[in-house]
Structures are given as structure tokens and as C-alpha cells.
Design a binder for this molecule. Structure first.
Ligand code: FAD
Length: 294
């Protein structure tokens, strides 16, 4: 597992310098944030970049702004551990901080970033489902300016996303959670830590003024399609209704009907479908109960 190939190493001192380097080096370069995915890919010779642009220490790309009534901004190179333990995020977005806390191990979370997790764009990644359920957007920058899009538009497939040559992901924008709403995250893996999920899911439920009928629901599945899968069937089933045990069971079946898992070393497609049903039943119930208390 040695890194056999040689590469140029750049450590820009500012975001501006990083963007210029990303532009001038083009497709032969890779950006390094925490390196917890990139270095493994290099060691396993899956990729052989000619240049590495290390943005891990850029203070301009680190930080969390969480303001009362105004959502939150998380800069892309903020370490996962800093997100996991941020008290404001824990209060406002418990599904996200819980998901981040399930990623890898302490060591991985101290090095890795949410920008890296989303830019790696693995179908089994921990953070895209909760980010999507919460309505998060990503900000992408180049020397020519910036653009933003939803996380589900950004991630386009297995290790494919909408980053163009010369761009880096600089920021996540999370909207303020709406009144009477709650989001919950769950995952199943082969063990409790240091595992890649067999399947994961986030469910965000908003209740009406009566605090019983469901006004909106966003259920997002991970690791059962080539990109985060936003359910159409579950909102069609639940919106306008009060949750009952029968509807909980039907929600599980609806999510299962949409999942398109594959069989691989971590789980069979059949097992993943079972997991999706169980996660949907549990998380719909949990998010609904939490929304009543919100
Ligand atoms: C032991 C171990 C366990 C793990 N467990 C999990 C797990 O349970 N769940 C999970 O989801 N992941 C897991 N991972 C994968 C990894 O830790 C995460 O995906 C992590 O969030 C990657 O972040 P990073 O900063 O290290 O990314 P890097 O490795 O630095 O980068 C990953 C990719 O994204 C690109 N990139 C990074 N940041 C940017 C940016 N700002 N703009 C543009 N491109 C960028 C890089 O060029 C590279 O292609 C695990 C890894 C290890 C080693």
C-alpha cells in the first residue's frame, strides 16, 4: 500500500490562491481536504493525480455560523468532529450532527470534512441524506464566481457530482427549520463503528397547525441507488394525514418500492430492501413524534 507515483504538492495560503491553482492545474490535480478518502484512493492506485492542492488548513474555508432564525452556514473544510460537537447545530439540526457522529471513528472525524464526504460522492456516504432532507444547498466557487444548488442536484451518481474543472465546494447553506418540524437520521451497517452503511435514511416531517396532520415530508435514502434517493411515494401517502400504525407500515412499503439497491460485499439487495422498510417505519414515527414536541 505505498504511494508509488510522484506528484506535485501545493499548499495555498488563501482561498483565492487555491482557486487559481485549481484552475491552472485543471483535471490533473486533486484537492485534498482531510484526505481520508483521497489518500486511500491514491494508495490503492484507483487514481494517480499529477498534483495535490491541499486546502485542509485554509481558515477561510473553516467555520460554522448558526444564527437564531437564520439557518446555518458550514464551510466546506470544517472538520466533521467540529460539526458533530457544535452545540448550536446539535440543537437546530440533530439529524445532521447525529449522522456526522456516525461517520467512521473519532480519528476519521477529526481529519475528515463534510465537503470531502459530499465531493467524494459515494452512494453510501453518511451526510448527503440528512443534508438533502434538511433542504441544504452547496456553494461552489471558481475564479469566475460562485453558484449554488441543492445537494441532490450536486451529487449525480457513484463518485460523480456537478463540480466542474476549476471549482471547489466552499460552503453548505442550511435553511432554518420550519415551525412544527423535525428531522431524524438512521443507518444500518455490519457493525456500530468504522463501517460503511448498508443503507441510511433521513426523514424530515412538518406538521400543520393542529400538530397532528402532516403538512410535508421529505424522506431521503442513501446506499440504495447511485445517488441520494428522494422518495416521491412517501409524501404522496402521508401528506394531509395523521400518522397511524397502518400508515407507518405503508410508508415502509412505499420506501421499499422505490429503493433500487445492489448486492455487494456489505449486503445483498434483498437485505438492503428490508433495512429500508425498517428505517422508514422507525424514522417516520420518530420524526412525527419529535415534530409534535417541536
Ligand atoms: C476508516 C474509515 C472509515 C470511514 N467511514 C465512513 C463512514 O462511516 N461514512 C462515510 O460516509 N464515510 C466514511 N469514510 C470516508 C471518509 O472519511 C469521508 O467521506 C470523509 O468525509 C471525507 O472527507 P475528507 O475531508 O477526508 O475528503 P478528502 O479525502 O480530502 O477528499 C475526498 C474527495 O473530495 C474532493 N474534495 C474534498 N474537499 C473538496 C472541496 N471542498 N471541493 C472540491 N473537492 C473536494 C477530493 O479531491 C477527493 O476527490 C471513512 C474513511 C475511513 C478511512
Amino acid at each position: 500500500m505505498n504511494i508509488l507515483h510522484e506528484f506535485e504538492f501545493f499548499k495555498p495560503k488563501s482561498k483565492k490562491e487555491a482557486l487559481e491553482l485549481v484552475k491552472s492545474q485543471g483535471s490533473k490535480a486533486k484537492v485534498l481536504a482531510g484526505g481520508t478518502d483521497l489518500i486511500i484512493q491514491m494508495k490503492e492506485k484507483m487514481i494517480k493525480p499529477d498534483a495535490i492542492i491541499d486546502i485542509s488548513d485554509l481558515e477561510e474555508l473553516k467555520g460554522i455560523k448558526c444564527k437564531e432564525g437564520k439557518g446555518a452556514e458550514i464551510l466546506s473544510c470544517t472538520k466533521l468532529a467540529d460539526i458533530e460537537f457544535n452545540a448550536d447545530l446539535q440543537k437546530k439540526y440533530p439529524a445532521l450532527t447525529h449522522a456526522v457522529g456516525q461517520l467512521g471513528s473519532n480519528q476519521v472525524r477529526v481529519m475528515g470534512t463534510m465537503g470531502g464526504n459530499c465531493c467524494h460522492s459515494s452512494p453510501a456516504a453518511e451526510t448527503p441524506a440528512p443534508l438533502s432532507a434538511l433542504g441544504a444547498k452547496v456553494v461552489i466557487e471558481s475564479v469566475d464566481g460562485e453558484r449554488e444548488m441543492t445537494i441532490e442536484d450536486f451529487i449525480q451518481g457513484n463518485r460523480r457530482n456537478d463540480l466542474k474543472e476549476g471549482e471547489i465546494l466552499t460552503k453548505f447553506i442550511l435553511p432554518e427549520p420550519v415551525k412544527n418540524s423535525a428531522c431524524r437520521y438512521g443507518h444500518i451497517g455490519l457493525r456500530n463503528a468504522m463501517e460503511i452503511d448498508c443503507a441510511n435514511m433521513a426523514v424530515n416531517i412538518e406538521l400543520g397547525e393542529d400538530k397532528e396532520s402532516i403538512k410535508s415530508v421529505k424522506l431521503v435514502m442513501g446506499s440504495v441507488a447511485i445517488r441520494p434517493l428522494v422518495s416521491q411515494a412517501v409524501p404522496a401517502l402521508l401528506v394531509g394525514k395523521k400518522l397511524t400504525e397502518e400508515l407507518v407500515i405503508k410508508a415502509g412499503e412505499a420506501a421499499q418500492s422505490e429503493a433500487k439497491p445492489i448486492s455487494d460485499v456489505r449486503a445483498s439487495a434483498e437485505y438492503r430492501k428490508e433495512v429500508i422498510g425498517a428505517l422508514a417505519r422507525r424514522l417516520v414515527k420518530e420524526a412525527y413524534e419529535a415534530a409534535k414536541e417541536a
